[in-house]
Ligand binder design. Structure first.
Ligand code: ADP
Length: 814
């Protein structure tokens, strides 16, 4: 290419712009490129490509890579411009030439273009060595022969973008530190420090301090970038006063910039950052504010990047970090206090449970002391209580029984709360057991004019269940059904499902409003404004049912329609029958002689000790049981046999009288087909042989009438259905023991009389006296003997009365 006129700087660098003006004025003959007029055409062509571009562009020419660049590029150079014009690249980029030099050399050497993205370079372009990031390409400029003569550098300074993105990532990560994972304030601070430590470029070190409860000092809650064992103030605890920056910020709540860490940190206290050999020498100390608090919730010290000027953007970032950390601390504080509250509540709950346990124990004793004398009063045949008084005492007696039941439930419930409910599960014919339990309710239900609809077919195999608990579950559901049903029927159904046994107790009662339904299993919850039969409940029955079921691996649910009734469904797992090491005991087939039930058969009672079998009857007593309801009869027989009694059971009075053996005690239902239980009492009392046998009557809860009549007729005691098994057994035991003692005392008395006979007969003085009597009053032998007999009979009666008195006042005769 031939120029008509020699090329001048004026013409080559013509145009507007500061860089062009500089290049026009430069004396190029003083540079390695020489005067512009001598420049090769390839250089001129390259210059004409670079200069007009709006994209930052740099041209390196010749082996020394002398620089020419456009206006857009001069901004990237900072204070290296304008000296960089015409300067060799190695000189201009001194601090980064270790990285850049080899790349340039490879392009010059003909290896083709190179490309770098976000390349980190420490660059001194703003009066200090700065962290910078670049994305650029080097491409070769060749001459006509194809030789590489220079390099085009197309470049972008991505420092602001790159640093900004990293900071954003830090803030984002800080925002996602989850308080619920870390839990405490200390944990949250430590987690936050781990996040910040991932951006040690912008944040070479950090330390966070949290005030102690007394607000007198701060404690290090987390840090990084500080030499081991060296907190910012050289210690892990900082007093809140104005002697240290941390303490001052905690006191004043104003942030503070530490311009010279050397004064503040022991030497070697800070670790080197990742960017270069310069130690951080500045820190910003900021208070952490939690809204609604008048004092800082903590103090954060942030080390500053020594390779970045502390400009507005950097400062904003630092304050955003502090703000995020404040939020975290506030969250953690709220979380901590919430947890403390929950722990406090749990403790309170435990205290409450202990309280229930103690209280119910404490209640039992006075209740027993009230119940006993009331019972004795009612049972005392000789006592002629005016009718009005008797009614009152009976009501009081019933109330103590109800209270006792409530207290027992409460105790059971407290045990459940304390986690002391331990089920002793045994293979059980649950269908039969349930039928027996339901049987106990039949007369009560019927006497209230309700229908009892029972469908409990036999189940294919026994089910593992704690029998005593199961009894409580069934009794609770049934007594609720009775309580809340005023007309219609109560239905009890049981069936085997694939893996479960299902028991349904349904009633046609008043039902439960839908909104209340989810609450009824909560303890102490009672549906408001319901009509209930009998005394008020405590609202713990269903909660106990749920607990008892849980202890047996079962569940309970409820369904109800207001005004139409409620259905409670219990589901219990069907466990497969046990193998030889735990054989399932055979159950008596219905219709067997009840006396044939041995203690081996299943019972309601929980065996003590190993879950083995109670042995043969050991009380030595024989009970005659008269009950027409077959389920009830079987249930009671079972209960008594388990308690060690020999039992003869009968369905009516005639059958009972036909039994050969005279029993030690009689339990009889009042309502029987044909002759009633009261008739039986009268018959027994009329027979001198049987008159002393204790009789306990079973009555439906139908008012005092039959009770009074029964006691009048000479019954010793009565038990109202439904009753608790323990209650009945306790009474049986007491009356049996009383009668045994009475018999014993009578025998003793008779013996003493017999001894008296002998004594009288053999006593010479008496003999002499009788002789005198006989002589003086002309008494015959026969008359004398008669006198003696009368005297002995009198003594006998006297002794008997004394024996009874002694027994009734509780003292046992020597
Ligand atoms: P309570 O001792 O009060 O009967 P429960 O825990 O047994 O306590 O029952 C809780 C509440 O659920 C009862 O107070 C009653 O409001 C309601 N409830 C339970 N069973 C029935 C039912 N069969 N019909 C209607 N409401 C019922």
């Amino acid at each position: 290419m031939t120029e008509l006129t020699p090329l001048t700087a004026e013409s080559l660098f013509a145009g507007a712009g500061e860089t062009l003006a500089l290049m026009r004025e430069l004396d190029w003959s003083q540079t390695k490129l020489g005067p512009v007029a001598d420049w090769p055409v390839d250089l001129v062509a390259a210059v004409r490509t670079v200069l007009p571009s709006q994209v930052p562009m740099l041209l390196w020419w010749g082996p020394d890579l002398v620089q020419l660049y456009n206006d857009a590029y001069s901004a990237c150079l900072g204070d290296k411009h304008p000296a960089a014009v015409g300067q060799p690249a190695a000189e201009c980029w001194r601090e980064a030439w270790d990285e850049l030099g080899p790349m340039a050399a490879s392009v010059l050497g003909g290896c083709g273009s190179t490309y770098a993205e976000n390349m980190f370079l420490l660059m001194d372009r703003a009066g200090y060595v700065e962290e910078t990031y670049w994305t650029f390409s080097y491409s070769p400029v060749t001459d006509q022969t194809g030789e590489v003569r220079g390099i085009f550098v197309a470049t972008s300074d991505v420092t602001a973008q790159f640093v900004g993105e990293k900071r954003l990532a830090t803030l984002r990560a800080l925002g996602s530190v989850s308080t619920s994972q870390s839990g405490t304030v200390i944990d949250s601070c430590a987690a936050a420090m781990r996040v910040l430590a991932r951006n040690r470029g912008s944040l070479p070190f950090a330390a966070v301090f949290i005030p102690d409860e007394d607000d007198l000092q701060l404690r290090l809650a987390g840090s990084y970038g500080l030499a081991a064992d060296t907190a910012v103030a050289g210690t892990r605890v900082v007093k809140i006063d104005d002697r240290s920056a941390i303490g001052r910020v905690a006191l004043s709540g104003d942030s503070e910039m530490i311009a010279d860490l050397a004064e503040w940190l022991p030497s070697g206290g800070v670790e080197l950052g990742p960017l270069g050999p310069k130690l951080p020498h500045q820190a910003l100390v900021v208070p952490l504010w939690v809204s609604g608090q008048s004092k800082p919730a903590g103090v954060l010290a942030l080390g500053l990047n020594p390779y970045r000027a502390v400009d507005e953007v950097y400062r904003t970032f630092l304050y955003l970090v502090a703000r995020q950390l404040s939020v975290l601390v506030a969250d953690a504080r709220a979380y901590e206090s919430e947890r403390k509250r929950a722990e406090g509540l749990a403790e309170l709950d435990q205290d409450k449970t202990h309280f229930y346990q103690n209280v119910s124990h404490e209640f039992r004793t006075p209740l027993t002391l009230i119940q006993g004398p009331l019972h004795d009063l009612l049972a005392d045949e000789g006592l002629q209580l005016p009718d009005g008084h008797r009614d009152g005492i009976e009501a009081a007696h019933r109330a103590t029984l109800q209270l006792r039941r409530l207290v027992d439930t409460l105790l059971e419930f407290a045990r459940a709360e304390a986690g002391q409910l331990e089920a002793v599960r045994e293979p059980t014919d649950i269908a039969q057991l349930t039928a027996e339990l339901v049987g106990m309710f039949s007369s009560a239900v019927e006497s209230l004019g309700l229908d009892l609809d029972v469908d409990i077919p036999p189940l294919p195999e026994p089910v593992d269940v704690d029998r005593e608990m199961w009894a409580k579950i069934v009794m609770n559901l049934l007594s609720n059904a009775v309580k809340f049903t005023h007309q219609g029927s109560i239905t009890v159904r049981m069936r085997a499902l694939d893996e479960h046994v299902e028991l349904v107790v349904a009633d046609s009662g008043q039902g439960i409003p839908a909104a209340q339904l989810p609450l009824i299993f909560d303890r102490f919850h009672r549906v408001p404004s319901q009509l209930r039969r009998g005394g008020d409940g405590a609202g713990i029955g269903l909660s106990l049912v749920a607990d008892l079921l849980a202890a047996n691996g079962g569940t309970v649910s409820a369904d109800s329609t207001l005004g139409l009734g409620s259905t409670f469904t219990v589901v219990l797992p069907r466990t497969p029958g046990r193998s030889a090491d735990h054989p399932v005991r055979p159950l008596e087939a219905p219709g067997d002689e009840v006396t044939a039930i041995t203690a081996d058969s299943l019972s309601l009672g929980r065996p003590e000790g190993p879950p083995a079998v109670p042995t043969a009857p050991d009380r030595g007593g024989h009970v005659l049981l008269v009950e027409d309801n077959e389920d009830m009869r079987r249930y009671l027989a079972r209960l008594l046999v388990e308690d060690g009694w020999a039992v003869t059971a009968a369905g009516d009075v005639d059958e009972a009288l036909a039994t050969a053996q005279a029993p030690d005690l009689v339990i009889s239902d009042v309502m029987l087909p044909g002759r009633s239980g009261l008739d039986l009492v009268r018959l027994l009392r009329a027979n001198p042989e049987l008159s002393r046998i204790p009789v306990i009557l079973l009555t439906a809860r139908a008012g005092p009438g039959p009770v009074v009549e029964g006691l009048d007729a000479g019954a010793d005691d009565y038990v109202t259905k439904p009753f608790q098994s323990e209650e009945l057994l306790a009474r049986v035991r007491t009356h049996f023991e009383l009668s045994q003692l009475r018999e014993f005392a009578l025998k003793q008395a008779e013996n003493q009389v017999a001894h008296l006979h002998v004594a009288l007969g053999s006593n010479r003085q008496i003999g002499a006296a009788i002789g005198i009597l006989m002589a003086e009053h002309k008494i015959t032998d026969e008359q004398a003997f008669d006198m003696l007999r009368t005297a002995s009979q009198h003594t006998h009666r006297k002794l008997r009365d004394i024996a009874d008195d002694v027994l009734l006042t509780g003292a046992i005769p020597d």
